[in-house]
Design a protein around this ligand. Structure first.
Ligand code: NCD
Length: 368
């Protein structure tokens, strides 16, 4: 069993369902006055962020803290990275300080995969370059399931800067696994070469796709990743691919609007749409905490000693969700208490595609 979550492609349908079901159990504690479980007591999680982030970093921090883990927030700005320290040396330093899990965001595609070969702890990909962002896809699927029930046969439109979007890549992979029917919509310049080989449909015509969609997920136009001009100007882009009130009226009544954030209001999404009743954007953020709790729980705590730490139930660490009163009355989602047999393999398996991605990652040159 893999100790890591590097790509949405690593998740089987059973894995993904286990994470989403566990997140649903954990979401219940968000309604309690004291939002804390002792599950990862004594474990240390490092948030290793080489790129700017608001919601993903704080969401992982909140998730780890709600599970009682110790959290170290590392931001590349203001660290020895500016003195030329490599990712490997930084990671080994943090591991020497006792990190059991590392949550990494990096501008290079493949960085989390490389990291997973260097350290003993679990690695969670919190966004690598234009490659993947698996926990975003999981929280999106969680949000969709809450509104639509099963995702089998549901039609999801992912609209905008697909070319630069790790969110789109992870969503296409995960939604396919969960049985949804995905169409990516963008101008031809913002769709990757080889899009016809992705496990989804594609279209250049947003107005044709909207009337059939159950979910419309808008993507941010990622100007910071654009090295040339991909469309004439912002107004032209918004006119063809922005979701405004008139376009929202073309969607079926129950269709939900999503956005991973941060939004460019007035560009890919009008403020009236972002703030409308169909928008579940704020809910996505709240769900992110529950989903990341589930991921950390299953990787670091839910399976016996996956990272070579003390055995489950040895005084520190893991309590089953039922032991701490989540899912009262029901079977624990994932029993891992001292007396319980080891839980089934969650099968968070790594696939060989990661090796291909890893080739993209180039270790920075040594600075003398
Ligand atoms: C996304 C990201 O950073 O990949 N945001 C997020 O994690 N919530 C999308 C984006 O930056 O546009």
């Amino acid at each position: 069993m893999s100790r890591h979550l590097l790509s949405a492609a690593d998740l089987s349908r059973d894995d993904a369902t286990l994470i989403l079901d566990t997140a649903a159990e954990l979401a219940r504690i968000a309604d309690r006055p004291i939002k804390k479980l002792p599950t990862l007591r004594g474990r240390t999680i490092v948030n290793l962020f080489y790129e700017d982030s608001t919601r993903t970093r704080t969401s992982f921090e909140a998730a780890a803290k709600r599970l009682s883990a110790d959290v170290i927030n590392f931001s590349a700005k203001g660290s020895s990275v500016s003195k030329g320290e490599s990712l490997k040396d930084t990671a080994l330093t943090l591991e020497a300080m006792g990190a059991d899990g590392v949550v990494i965001r990096h501008e290079a595609s493949g960085a989390p995969h490389r990291l997973s070969g260097w350290i003993k702890g679990s690695v969670v990909n919190a966004g690598d370059g234009t490659h993947e962002h698996p926990t975003q896809a999981l929280l999106d699927a969680f949000t969709m399931r809450r509104h639509l029930g099963s995702l089998d046969g549901r039609r999801v439109a992912i609209v905008g800067d697909v070319l630069h979007s790790r969110v789109a890549r992870s969503n296409v992979l995960l939604l396919k696994t969960l049985g949804a029917d995905v169409t990516v919509v963008a101008p031809p310049t913002l769709l990757p070469v080889g899009i016809e080989n992705w496990p989804c449909g594609f279209s250049y015509d947003l107005d044709a796709v909207l009337p059939k969609a159950d979910v419309v997920m808008m993507l941010r136009v990622q100007r910071e990743r654009m090295k040339s001009s991909f469309f004439p100007n912002a107004r032209e882009y918004s006119r063809r691919y922005g979701l405004d009130v008139a376009r929202m009226a073309m969607m079926p009544e129950q269709t939900i609007v999503m956005h991973p954030g941060p939004m460019n209001r007035g560009m890919e999404i009008a403020a009236e749409v972002a703030d409308s009743e169909r928008s579940v954007i704020v809910e996505q953020v709240a769900n992110g905490v529950s989903v990341r709790m589930a991921v950390l729980y299953l990787l670091l705590g839910g399976s016996a000693s996956a990272i070579g730490g003390p055995p489950v139930g040895a005084g520190v660490g893991v309590d089953s969700l039922a032991d701490v009163g989540v899912g009262a009355g029901a079977e624990p989602a994932f029993a891992a208490s001292a007396n319980a047999p080891h839980p089934p393999d969650t099968g968070l398996r790594r696939r060989h595609t990661d090796a291909v991605v890893a080739a993209e990652f180039v270790e920075p040159q040594e600075v003398s």
